[in-house]
Design a protein around this ligand. Sequence first.
Ligand SMILES: [Zn+2]
Length: 125
Amino acid sequence: MKLCPYCSGEIKLADRVCTHCGMKIESNKEKQTTSKQKQETKETYEDGLYQAMGLEKIGPLNKWITLILCIFLGIFGVHKLYERKYTMALFYLFTGGFCGIGVLLDIFLILQKQEKYYVYKQRVS
Ligand SMILES: [Zn+2]
């Protein structure tokens, strides 16, 4: 079951026309375009939000570079340098990647990221 986008009534997945309000339901292809546009709108909105918060957008960074740096040099905080997180990099350097736990957690988090991603950091004034 899915919900009709017009009246929120429950309709069958295969239905092309809503059985409640009679509105035509968009096909999957149209839906994908809509969600992509929505995604772009969301990104622009978030950019504006971060800018208003005085955050600097850094990137695009490559997920695989960060991952390799994290796996091999993570305990020295090198992947944090790549992400321009200098305070964290120093912290990792002196704590051995927070005893390896931080590095393991980072590997997991990096894997969740998109291939190209952005990080936001406080703008230095
Ligand atoms: Zn409907």
